[in-house]
Design a protein around this ligand. Structure first.
Ligand code: AMP
Length: 113
């Protein structure tokens, strides 16, 4: 997708601090980390702008992203971690290329309800 920063990172046209890479998925360190560990896990292909566009056609890649998250969590010995995806500007999404934030290394306790 032209003008997509994550497509350019996936293609190596923009440098990134990579944590994991295979043919289909890339994980790299967020340039503006919100936790001591803050990785972004992306399908290399621009299969969806965000979670609202996940379908049976692209969900295998979503599963693949979560497999990579589990692998990285194990390798980095993360005791607890959070996986977040923002969908749409109202949720704070700034890059419309499906991605998952993997956060760890600080208190992430959420009080829901
Ligand atoms: P979101 O706001 O959920 O769309 O997440 C986009 C994330 O991409 C933000 O946390 C940014 O800090 C991060 N980001 C933007 N540009 C880069 C870049 N060139 N390298 C690494 N992370 C980036």
């Amino acid at each position: 997708m032209p003008d997509c920063i994550f497509c350019k990172i996936a293609a190596g046209e923009i440098p990134s601090n990579k944590a994991y890479e295979d043919d289909d998925v890339l994980a790299f360190h967020d340039v503006n980390p919100q936790a001591p560990v803050h990785l972004l896990i992306i399908p290399k292909a621009h299969v969806a702008a965000g979670a609202a566009e996940i379908t049976s056609e692209n969900s295998a890649l979503v599963g693949h992203c979560f497999e990579v998250a589990a692998k990285l969590a194990k390798e980095l010995h993360l005791e607890g971690f959070r996986i977040v995806t923002n969908n749409g500007a109202a949720a704070g999404q700034t890059v419309p290329h499906l991605h998952f934030h993997l956060l760890a290394g600080r208190d992430l306790t959420l009080h829901l309800g």
